[in-house]
Design a protein around this ligand. Structure first.
Ligand code: PLP
Length: 364
């Protein structure tokens, strides 16, 4: 019964890149395999990212590449993973992978995990004896919450599962193990006929969806829970905050009670996979007019225009793959380091305002 449910609700995968980047080399998709006794399989010891690459008139463009790779490095640091990959190397690898794949648009999945030293196997919880592996895969992915979700909005529930507490599993780190919590939230929602679940934090304040941050619109103001509500510091969330400022829509981070969701004028999710997705009902209570709200539509439009390269972004958010590869001169060989373009370099030092700190330590 569970498998049947899953099959109905999977996201369409259109095409998969034939190569995977592994520790500085490109390997064939079929060769990107690990031992079943790897530490990560038993103890969840991985950190990862999800990055979108959009189709633009200038070819494929990776969205906020360095911010994503910086978050990956932060996640690895939290879990004491001394992997030796640098921000430049990871960013260059992503550019090169997309270039070699021939995909015009795709979703990138960098991952660092604890594997198995087959010469000197270690099977305990202690992760230190297990070698670290870093991979990046890519595939062309459909709309995460369904094809119509972007326009029509989705029906969601408040989950009976709470989000992780900051001193049990740090949600600031995008670790594979955190997604066991996400899976509980997601499965409960799907089983009960909803597209997604919203988790509360351990105090009962609104936290986030299983794979998205959440925003509320109330009397013309846009509000989102702070990092202290056990949320992943989402890069799309940060983008939306900056877009709101550009559009002169007041925006704030504030703790939200569950009931605030029901009486909101508009609600929407943000995330790399979900992009900007309106929410039309929560627990079968209609939100606003039960369709995409006016402010959500404005933000969504600006977001998609930026990702298509058709509207200037508040910062240097797009890394154009073809231009980045060309500017390096010789980017074709395996494991070659391609310096990221100047635009993306600048981003690393850009965010100083608390509302735009995607790697912030804490806000309230
Ligand atoms: C739990 C969770 N929250 C929020 C997000 C949104 O983060 P981002 O916009 O960086 O993709 C994601 C997606 O990665 C997520 O898995």
């Amino acid at each position: 019964m569970f498998a049947d449910d899953a099959a109905k609700k999977d996201v369409k995968t259109v095409r998969i890149a034939s190569e995977v980047w592994h520790n500085g080399q490109f390997v064939n998709w079929d060769d990107a395999r690990i031992h079943v006794m790897s530490h990560v399989i038993h103890y969840g010891s991985s950190v990862f990212e999800g990055i979108r690459c959009y189709s633009t008139k200038r070819g494929p463009a990776i969205y906020r590449l360095r911010e994503h790779m910086q978050r990956l490095l932060n996640s690895a640091k939290i879990y004491r993973m001394d992997h030796g990959c640098t921000l430049d190397e990871l960013s260059a690898a992503a550019v090169e992978l997309v270039g070699r794949s021939g995909l015009d648009q795709c979703y990138l999945r960098p991952i660092i995990f604890r594997s198995l030293d087959e010469e000197r196997p270690a099977f305990g919880v202690n992760p230190f004896p297990n070698p670290l592996s870093c991979y990046i895969g890519a595939w062309d992915w459909g709309k995460y919450l369904g094809d119509e979700a972007i326009e029509q909005g989705v029906d969601v529930c408040v989950s009976t599962w709470n989000r992780l507490t900051p001193n049990s599993m740090p949600v600031m780190a995008k670790s594979g193990a955190n997604y066991m919590n996400s899976q509980l939230i997601k499965m409960e929602a799907l089983t009960n006929g909803y597209a997604e679940g919203i988790a509360l934090d351990d105090r009962g304040f609104v936290s986030e969806g299983s794979g998205e941050n959440i925003f509320l619109v109330h009397e013309g103001r846009v509000i989102t829970p702070p990092l202290s509500s056990s949320i992943l510091p989402g890069i799309t969330r940060d983008s939306v905050i900056q877009i709101c400022r550009e559009l002169e829509i007041p925006v704030a981070e504030t703790g939200l009670q569950r009931a605030a969701l029901y009486v909101a004028d508009e609600l929407f999710f943000t995330g790399t996979a979900a992009e900007v997705t309106p929410i039309r009902s929560v627990d079968r209570i209609q939100i606003g007019d039960g369709k995409r709200g006016e402010i959500t539509a404005r933000i969504q439009q600006a977001f998609f225009d930026i990702t298509k390269g058709e509207r200037p972004a508040p910062g240097p958010w797009l890394t154009y793959v073809n231009e980045s590869r060309k500017s390096d001169g010789d980017a074709g060989s395996n494991g070659h380091k391609v310096p990221a373009d100047k635009a993306t370099r600048a981003v690393a030092t850009e965010a100083t305002d608390p509302l735009s700190r995607y790697t912030a330590v804490v806000t309230d």
